[in-house]
Design a protein around this ligand. Structure first.
Ligand code: PMP
Length: 440
């Protein structure tokens, strides 16, 4: 497998782009080696600039639930582009996409579109603060909600991967208003709320954590947060940037039957174009400008081409049995990965966790239920696994602390090929883990 074109593309990029990339986790810092520069993608596959083809489980870090370059989305984007790119005036596509979100999420009556997940969460927090008149926000250790100041404390995803979970440059005063609690530790949240509960504007949570690797909510955790927020007048913000439309049309809220006050969305609702959104009951959302006083705005918000991509994606997901098929495929993949790990003698030392079409194989004994358990993973073993998978034609995120995303384009042949590559890759990882002194 040649990589010379990617290597020279990376050298060139390093001259003018910080770290050669525009989002840190792409840089391969945690796994070593050169990031593959991608030339194209179609369905479940991507092709790099050296002509290597991979089955792709990054899927753009979540937007690609239909796979790459789905014909209906390509057509919708091309048509929208032909009508003009950006007007700074409302278009009907914004209303249509908002109507779909409102129909899918029981807790959402009104929506505001933005251009990224970061913006969605940042704006939802401002709204929650404006509505409650309080400053404190609660986030969970290892949760990632974009890179707004208030959320860059003990953050997962690339921040954890690169060892900067709490970034320099975040004002101490801002950090002081972010309370950090343990994911799945409801007793800890209860205890903290006894002290600060009445000062909390919002509890922001990934209902299924996807940025410390995939960690599902413990039984009763989300419902417990709901109760505490109700008891103390705080708003519960479900960050469904990953899970929205992926786990069910109505996201994790539908799957777990817990209502959020505000919901943040991104990724799938833009079909791979830059879109984020937040929404909730009209009573809360109408506090936003121009209806209310909480200011939020954007030149590219509700961009017509991005709206067209999102709409075409959601329409394609209306297909009968869409989520059922995704679940079957994902379950088969997770089972195959577990078996491959077992065959390599790693059954007790790895754990493949899955919720719907998002999964992570941790190089740590399971179950992994929080950040401490996730970060106890053997990242060197993960790096060996990652590189062996890449060599076997399977593209994973270059970090232990990310999810694998299965799309509707992944077929039984993709799953079989991936499991076969994993058999060899777990053997490589086992060599690293077996070389550790006993007891580690
Ligand atoms: N929230 C969650 C749960 C995310 O996974 C992400 C990005 N991975 C974000 C927010 C931020 O979204 P964006 O990268 O579009 O700003």
């Amino acid at each position: 497998m040649g990589t010379s074109q990617s290597e020279s593309a990376f050298r060139r990029a390093l001259e003018v782009l910080v770290g050669g990339v525009n989002s840190p986790v792409r840089a391969f810092a945690a796994v070593g080696g050169t990031p593959r520069f991608i030339a194209s993608g179609a369905g479940s596959r991507i092709t790099d600039v050296d002509g290597n083809e991979y089955v792709d489980y990054v899927c753009g870090y979540g937007p690609g639930i239909l796979g790459h370059a789905h014909p209906a989305v390509v057509e919708a984007v091309a048509k929208a582009a032909g009508r003009g790119f950006c007007f700074g005036a409302p278009t009907e596509a914004e209303t249509e996409l908002a109507e779909r979100i409102v129909a899918a999420f029981e807790s959402v009556e009104k929506v505001r579109f933005v251009s990224s997940g970061t913006e969605a969460v940042m704006s939802a927090i401002r709204l929650a603060r404006g509505v409650t008149g309080r400053d404190k926000v609660v986030k969970f250790i290892g949760g990632y909600h974009g890179h707004a100041d208030a959320m860059l404390a003990a953050a997962g995803s690339g921040a954890t991967t690169l060892g900067v979970p709490s970034s320099p440059g975040v004002p101490a005063a801002v950090a002081a208003d972010t309370a950090l609690l343990g994911y799945n530790d409801l007793a800890g949240v209860r205890e903290a709320f006894r002290g600060i509960g009445d000062d909390v504007a919002a509890v922001v949570v990934e209902p299924v954590a996807g940025n410390m690797g995939v960690v599902g909510p413990a039984e009763g955790f989300l419902a417990g947060l709901r109760e505490l927020c109700d008891a103390h007048g705080a708003l519960l913000v479900f960050d469904e940037v990953i899970t929205g439309f992926r786990l069910a049309p109505g996201g994790a809220q539908e799957l777990f039957g817990v209502r959020a006050d505000l919901t943040t969305l991104g990724k799938i609702i833009g079909g791979g174009l830059p879109v984020g959104a937040f929404g909730g009951p009209a009573e809360i959302m109408d506090e936003l400008a121009p209806a209310g006083g909480v200011y939020q705005a954007g030149t590219l918000s509700g961009n017509p081409i991005a709206m067209a991509a999102g709409l075409a994606t959601l329409k394609a997901m209306d297909a009968e049995g869409f989520h059922g098929r995704l679940e079957e495929r994902s379950s088969a993949l997770a089972e195959g990965l577990r078996q491959s790990a077992g065959d390599a003698g790693l059954a007790e030392r790895t754990c493949c966790q899955r919720v719907g079409s998002m999964m992570t194989c941790f190089f740590a004994p399971g179950p992994v239920s929080d950040y401490a358990a996730a970060t106890a993973s053997d990242t060197a073993a993960h790096a060996a696994f990652f590189h062996a998978m890449l060599a076997g034609g399977v593209n994973l995120a270059p970090s232990q602390f990310e999810a694998m995303f299965v799309s509707a384009a992944h077929g039984a042949d993709d799953v079989a090929g991936t499991v076969s590559a994993a058999r060899a890759a777990f053997v490589e990882a086992a060599k690293i883990m077996d070389s550790r002194p006993a007891g580690r």
